[in-house]
Design a protein around this ligand. Structure first.
Ligand SMILES: Cc1cc2nc3c(=O)[nH]c(=O)nc-3n(C[C@H](O)[C@H](O)[C@H](O)COP(=O)(O)OP(=O)(O)OC[C@H]3O[C@@H](n4cnc5c(N)ncnc54)[C@H](O)[C@@H]3O)c2cc1C
Length: 594
């Protein structure tokens, strides 16, 4: 049995000492939320997923979802966990009031993802997809479909999916072949095959509502001619579900590396009845709205799985005894010291820990920006929208890359036990490995960042990021205790500006130069954002020390900041060198010699 404790103290620190979420709530019209309420909800939700979701996580992996007679059967424990989730009202709490919810802030919804993923990623993706479908339906579907579907999907009573990928296209969705044919009653028939559809079928809910990308007759070529359709598994008359399926069928579920509890389905639509969501040919824009939210949730997957992997590796390291401290025996009564005495073991554990703490800070900041984008005044909205455009691909790619790295470090820390399924940690690595691939691969996120988001709005997005960073650097320049954090931060910010200019200048004439540097640029970008957040966290701890309010937690956070700047941030030097090296060594490599 794996161990897990929700990082509640870290969330308290981020919510109240770094970002002041109570002020955010008051400013944005969530006045009924005070500090006690926010902390209580964070604690209660975390305990809920520990008690209700975590117990079935290992069976989810070992037994997995199974296809029997064309129906997907969930692993033992999943149905009951989902039933309790629906009954608890937790999912619905983030929905609009008219759909039975409390419209809780998005920063809270984002934070809720972390313990949920740590405890059972396979169930958490059903929740994330259903809430994503709720968002799209409640904002863009016809009133009739909002009335029929929104509250049921928001509560989890019915579930949702997103159906983009087809056998011949994943990244390049302009190639999709699924067809939509208009009917006289205003509905459409949908025909085509979608593959890799997460939770495309299961027995957790009575109905599943698919959001399907398809092409109308005569639609423009490529991604400009794609529309979005709502296609339920079962049609319904009021609350009464039809006993016949809406011509949907599952012809297989994938056998895959991890995430066995989550069925990845081949889903066929054979003249299934559906309804247009939004305007014709705006499907990609609407799906991107959903995907941007899912991309942030995917970023949280790296964090959730990295965190639980780290916690288990730490528990192992405290027990496992091998060798002696190089500076002399630590535990004279034992035949060997625990492995935490070894610098290399500490390096691995601390890197994983600091990866998690840093991406948690980034996720929290992004959550607040989402609320500001939704409810802020004009100026705030503009600022938040620019930052979200930049930070979404970075959060998705950086956080999932370091999440996999953390889970891999946790395995390495545990030696052979890390690799063996009895100890549970290898599952976290296998589960985490999908996150850099789905929702647009990390390579595509990097191209989106450097090829679109940085240049969008005549470079305004980047300027919106540079203002707070440069202001912070200036404010802290004269504070002696901040030099060790502020100086490397300043170096990276200057480097980011120079690398951006280089990529834009060289990339304008040669797109291969831009594309070859994209992934390293995205990582450099992520390291720089984290340098800023770590410097901010360090500043709060230094202040607490100065005014005598520092606790053990602040000392530890300051120590984590030092680990970041010594172990992770220096990677920017190598990343910059690789970006500057350009594309020639890649593109001139003879194809026949690959
Ligand atoms: C477990 C699982 C669950 C999934 N769930 C869903 C789901 O619920 N709904 C859904 O619709 N899809 C889902 N997917 C599909 C997933 O989103 C795609 O696999 C992913 O977007 C990549 O597409 P692909 O597999 O076709 O890879 P490809 O598009 O074939 O890409 C292969 C490689 O080429 C690179 N590449 C492709 N094009 C470019 C380019 N223009 N420039 C640079 N590099 C490029 C990619 O980065 C990648 O490294 C799921 C996949 C898996 C494995």
């Amino acid at each position: 049995m794996t161990v897990y404790k929700a990082p509640l103290n870290d969330y308290k620190f981020l919510f109240h000492e770094i970002f002041d979420v109570v002020e955010v709530c008051n400013r944005l019209g969530y006045e009924n939320l005070d500090r006690e309420m926010i902390d209580m909800m964070t604690e209660e939700w975390s305990q809920f997923v520990i008690d209700v979701w975590k117990p079935s996580n290992s069976d989810g992996d070992k037994i997995g979802s199974q296809l029997k007679n064309g129906e997907v059967i969930s692993p033992p424990g999943f149905k009951d966990a989902w039933k309790q989730t629906v009954e608890s009202g937790w999912l619905q709490s983030v929905c609009k009031e008219e759909h039975g919810g409390m419209e809780l802030p998005l920063f809270f919804r984002n934070a809720m993802d972390e313990p949920a993923i740590s405890c059972n990623m396979a169930i958490s993706v059903v929740a994330a997809l259903s809430l994503g479908v709720y968002d799209i339906i409640s904002s863009h579907a016809s009133q009739e479909n909002i009335d029929l579907y929104a509250a049921k999907i928001g509560s989890g009573e019915w579930c949702g999916t997103m159906c983009l990928t087809e056998p011949h296209c994943g990244t390049d969705l302009g190639l999709i072949k699924t067809k939509a044919t208009p009917q006289e009653d205003g509905s459409f028939t949908i025909t085509g095959t979608k593959i890799f559809i997460t939770a495309g079928d299961h027995d957790l809910s009575d109905n599943i509502v698919h959001m399907v990308l398809a092409k109308l007759p005569g639609a423009p070529e490529g991604s400009k001619g794609i529309s979005l359709f709502l296609v339920p598994k079962f049609l319904s008359e009021g609350d009464e579900l039809s006993s016949e399926k809406n011509n949907t069928s599952i012809s297989g579920i994938e056998d895959k590396m991890g995430l066995h509890g989550s069925p990845t389905c081949v889903l066929n639509f054979d003249s299934s009845k559906g309804w247009l969501v939004g305007e014709e040919n705006t499907g990609m824009a609407l799906m991107f709205e959903m995907m941007n939210r899912e991309r942030l949730a995917t970023g949280m997957m790296g964090l959730g799985l990295g965190e639980i992997a780290y916690q288990n590796a730490l528990a192992w390291s405290l027990e496992r005894r091998q060798g002696r401290d190089l500076r002399g025996m630590k535990d004279l009564d034992a035949p060997a010291d625990n492995i935490l005495v070894h610098p290399d073991v500490r390096r691995m554990l601390l890197k994983a820990k600091v990866n998690c703490e840093g991406t948690r800070a980034l996720g929290t900041w992004i959550g607040i920006l989402l609320d500001e984008m939704k409810r802020g005044d004009e100026e705030t909205k503009k600022h938040a929208t620019s930052l979200i455009a930049l930070l979404t691909p970075v959060m998705k790619a950086y956080s999932t890359d370091v999440g996999c790295q953390s889970a891999s470090l946790a395995i390495q820390t545990m030696g052979g036990a890390g690799y063996c399924s009895e100890y549970g940690v290898e599952q976290f690595y296998r589960d985490a490995r999908i996150a850099p691939i789905w929702e647009g691969t990390n390579g595509i996120q990097a191209l989106d960042l450097v090829g679109r988001k940085v240049t969008q709005n005549f470079g305004h997005n980047l300027r919106h990021l540079m203002w707070p960073l440069l202001e912070f650097i200036e404010e802290n320049r004269a504070i002696e205790e901040m030099v060790e954090f502020n100086k490397p931060l300043h170096k990276s910010v200057k480097g980011l500006q120079q690398l951006t200019l280089l990529l834009m200048a060289e990339g304008a004439g040669n797109p291969h130069f831009l594309a070859a540097g994209a992934t390293d640029y995205c990582t450099y970008f992520g390291n720089t954002l984290l340098a800023y957040l770590w410097a901010r966290m360090a500043r709060v701890c230094i202040n607490a020390k100065a005014n005598g309010s520092a606790t053990e937690f602040h000392e530890a956070k300051l120590a984590s900041a030092r680990v970041f700047f010594a172990e992770i941030h220096p990677d920017n030097v190598g990343l910059a060198a690789k970006i500057v090296a350009g594309h020639k060594h890649l593109m001139s490599y003879p194809e026949a010699s690959f």
